[in-house]
Design a protein around this ligand. Structure first.
Ligand code: ADP
Ligand code: MG
Length: 337
């Protein structure tokens, strides 16, 4: 059944999810009006997901809705900010009610979890593209930038990396994984949980931070470049999930240690946080993470010499063919954000 643009908005997006007290005017007017807490800076992020580039065409609509919000929440978290308001620009090939209601379920499920209110958007006809913008806030002067890392700082990583990259490989090759590992790995690819509370807690506490969307090596590279420093990663300290280790340990996806690390360091879509802190802050960082189940690992050290060195357990250095996904590079692969 064909629906008008207004019908789509009314049925699927207006008056859904939570009702924040700081939203003066939400969906329905030419613009939304929100009230900032005093003493705070506004943080704004935007990310687009294009079907066939950022997610396979056959991805379930619920997962598209979840992920479109998740990748933006991850950027907010990487600034040390609290997410509050979202807008959604949706380009649809057709007005499919079943697709839209599943998409909205995924989107609002995650929005509810972090108390983010959808306050506006735009709906157009064309190839499936989802753009989400989130506004949030951080206490004035406490946003965490990429440029603050200094030689001697410890490099930390939340959670684990490589799961989404491995899941994408299995998805593309249509190879079955064991039920438990498959469920875990595919949820890491399709329904990433952004490290929102962790990011907020690190505001004003750490020297630099980035979210890992394009691959750890590439995203840490952004910190190094912005800060004018280099680093060495201790590869035996890179956290890998039990499922990642099990699936790459034998069978169809067997990888030797170097291959496994290359995948973990350069596949995109992890949505973990990578941050740096002076040694004197390390106790504080550990205290903060005692409240969070994702965990946080010290994986390396910031140095004066530019470049990223990947030290293996035997002391030799590992090389990567590529650091991560780049949209205008020639190779096909896993597009993060
Ligand atoms: P305008 O023509 O003034 O830009 P629209 O007709 O595009 O307004 O949208 C009407 C209202 O619906 C606006 O408040 C807009 O923010 C909201 N809106 C449109 N599309 C979406 C969407 N996909 N999700 C949420 N709100 C939307
Ligand atoms: Mg208008």
């Amino acid at each position: 059944m064909a629906m008008s643009e207004f019908e789509i908005i009314r049925r699927n997006f207006a008056s859904r999810g939570i009702d924040r007290g700081d939203v003066v005017l939400g969906i329905g007017d030419d613009g939304a009006v929100v009230r900032m807490p005093s003493g705070c800076d506004l943080v704004t992020v935007v990310d687009t997901l294009v079907a066939g580039v950022h997610f396979p065409h056959e991805t379930r609509p619920e997962d598209v809705g979840h992920k479109a919000l998740a990748v933006n929440l991850s950027d907010v978290a990487a600034m040390g900010a609290v997410p509050a308001w979202a807008t959604l620009a949706l380009t649809l090939p057709h007005a499919d009610e079943a697709w839209l209601s599943a998409f909205a379920r995924g989107f609002f499920g995650l929005a509810q979890r972090y108390e983010v209110q959808l306050v506006g958007g735009d709906t157009t006809h064309g190839p499936l593209t989802v753009t989400v913008q989130i506004q949030g806030w951080v206490h004035s002067g406490r946003a965490v930038r990429r440029s603050g890392a200094r030689p001697g700082d410890v490099i930390y990583l939340t959670g684990a990396v490589g799961d989404a990259g491995l899941a994408l490989r299995a998805w593309q090759q249509q190879q079955a994984l064991s039920a438990t590992d498959g469920e875990y790995l595919f949820s890491r690819l399709h329904r990433p949980i952004p490290r929102c509370r962790e990011g907020e807690a690190l505001s004003g506490e750490v020297s630099a931070m980035v979210d890992v969307s394009d691959g750890l090596a590439a995203d840490l590279g952004h910190i190094l470049e912005a800060s004018g420093v280099g680093a060495t990663l201790n590869l035996h300290s890179i956290p890998l999930s039990p499922s990642f280790v099990a699936v790459t340990g034998s069978g169809k996806y067997y990888m030797n240690e170097a291959e496994r690390l290359r995948l973990a360091l350069s596949a995109g879509d992890d949505y973990e946080l990578c941050f740096t802190a002076p040694e004197a802050q390390c106790r504080r960082v550990e205290d903060i993470f005692s409240n969070f189940s994702c965990g946080c690992h010290a994986i390396g050290i910031i140095e004066t010499a530019p470049g990223l060195r990947l030290r293996q357990a035997d002391g030799t250095l590992l090389s990567l063919e590529r650091n991560g996904y780049e949209h205008f590079a020639q190779e096909p692969g896993n597009a993060g954000n």
